[in-house]
Design a binder for this molecule. Structure first.
Ligand code: THU
Length: 157
């Protein structure tokens, strides 16, 4: 038996103002996208923004439905819109922000498992790391690749 370790490192910023210009712009887009959320059930408004390899930014927000599984998270809404609009471009980075009744949470919003899996596959499709920025009012986290939030990614088929 050998004991193995998986090490994850990430960057913590005190606010999006402390980030580089590209990340700051993407983060601001994610926060702005929160106001397009349709969340009449959870009242938890999430915004996401994807930066493409051509520099374009695609926004998404969570969209809920009375038939609960029919709704979709902000991150997948953004990624699927980006994939549909720019099928030949890579997704370089995704930012997300969320909060109850649209008020940005103190702690960064963290993506659900299904969204992490979708991020992982677009990263694999790109063949390059895709960074993930999680925004809170009190701090901001940046992970340089999806592997850091989804170790041992499923990519076997
Ligand atoms: N939600 C997202 O949009 N992204 C996540 O990563 C987690 C959850 C949404 C789904 C639902 O509309 C609401 O937040 C409450 O779960």
């Amino acid at each position: 038996m050998a004991r193995k370790e998986i090490n994850i490192s990430y960057e913590e910023y005190s606010s999006i103002e402390e980030m580089n210009a590209e990340d700051r712009e993407l983060a601001a887009e994610a926060v702005a996208a929160m106001s397009n959320a349709y969340a009449p059930y959870s009242h938890f408004h999430v915004g996401a923004a994807v930066r493409m390899s051509n520099g374009q930014i695609v926004r998404g927000s969570n969209q809920e439905n009375a038939a609960f599984p029919s709704g979709l998270c902000a991150e997948r809404t953004a990624m699927f819109a980006a994939g549909a609009k720019y099928p030949d471009k890579d997704m370089r980075s995704i930012a997300l922000a969320g909060g109850v009744h649209g008020r940005l949470s103190e702690r960064p919003a963290t993506p659900c498992g299904a969204c992490r899996q979708v991020m992982a596959q677009y990263q694999t499709k790109a063949g390059k790391p895709m960074s993930v920025i999680m925004i809170g009012a009190g701090k901001v986290w940046k992970f340089n690749k999806v592997d850091d939030i989804l170790p041992l990614i499923f990519d076997s088929i």
